[in-house]
Design a protein around this ligand. Structure first.
Ligand SMILES: [Zn+2]
Length: 301
């Protein structure tokens, strides 16, 4: 009996040891938890994934701490949203990482904005001194499952290119993620069909892809421009517009302050819905995240 117990313990130790030494084929660093969730769904245990920003952070404003540059120093692939979402902090970290593999133009750098059809791309040059954070088009496409699908396909191909021995795994897992997203999309669209055509007000210009997907009509935003805090005169104008357009719904992500939205909700009788800002990676996956948003928008059954 004793010998048997020892044998079991020994095999467990060997198994654990084997797991510890089995290093992932690729180290992937993403700028947002949403991208981390997609990379992890496709890479499985062939990749080690880390997000530079936390789900509670505004992805426009991340503190480029030395620890983040260190995280990039050994990365094989850096996955970014692009469209200048990370313009204020990522270039500093790339330089600080001293890692040639993940610099712009290298195969170890993937800017997912190139994979999706961007909305709100300005026709001319935008004066950034006026505080507009979306000077290259709207970067908040990860709230649309159709865009996530395109990101997944592009990311799967890039992982396969960087780690050819895992090619079959990456392509199969991409296929599985796309199938899950499509099945869930049918369910989400059915559940939110009553919101189609509804006028809504948002805080930041961050829900345009969500609105485009679900047929919501965004009539105004609490920020006069992306990244510019609401002023009293702008808020007064928003309240007038909300009353004219009979807005019943205010939607904003949890990382934005709520005082202005609460005031507008009170003045207009509209309901304020706060949705999660990003996937709680690694405990949550991208489908569960969108489920949470759909549930918040649908309200109590
Ligand atoms: Zn933005």
């Amino acid at each position: 009996m004793m010998r048997f117990v020892l044998l079991v313990l020994l095999s467990c130790a060997l198994l654990l040891g084997a797991r510890d030494t089995r290093a992932a084929a690729l180290s992937v660093v993403t700028t947002t938890p949403d991208l981390a969730a997609v990379a992890s769904a496709i890479g499985g245990d062939r990749v080690q994934v880390r997000s530079l920003s936390a789900p509670s952070e505004d992805p426009h404003w991340v503190d480029p701490k030395p620890s983040l540059a260190l995280a990039l120093s050994n990365a094989d692939l850096l996955v970014a949203i692009g469209a200048e979402l990370e313009a204020g902090w990522l270039p500093t970290l790339q330089v600080g990482s001293r890692n040639a593999k993940i610099q712009k133009g290298s195969r170890g750098y993937l800017e997912c904005a190139e994979l999706v059809a961007l909305l709100e791309v300005p026709p001319g040059k935008v004066d950034r001194s006026q505080g507009d954070l979306h000077a290259s088009g709207n970067p908040h496409y990860m709230l649309d499952p159709r865009a996530i699908e395109r990101v997944a396909v592009g990311l799967g191909k890039r992982l396969a290119e960087l780690d050819p021995s895992g090619r079959a795994v990456y392509l199969e897992r991409t296929k599985q993620l796309v199938a899950r997203l499509r099945a869930a999309r049918a369910r989400w669209e059915e559940r939110l069909a009553p919101l189609r055509g509804q006028p809504v007000i948002t805080y930041h210009r961050s829900l345009v892809y969500l609105a485009d997907w679900l047929g919501l009509v965004i009539v105004d935003r609490l920020e006069p421009k992306p990244g510019v805090a609401p002023s009293p005169s702008h808020v007064a104008a928003v309240i007038r517009r909300a009353q004219e357009r009979k807005v019943r719904l205010l939607v904003q992500e949890r990382h934005h302050p709520t005082n202005t939205a609460e005031l507008v909700a009170k003045k207009t009788g509209a309901k304020l819905v706060r949705i999660p800002s990003a996937v709680r990676f690694p405990s949550q996956d991208i489908v569960a995240f969108l489920d949470e948003i759909v549930n918040a928008l649908a309200g109590p059954r």
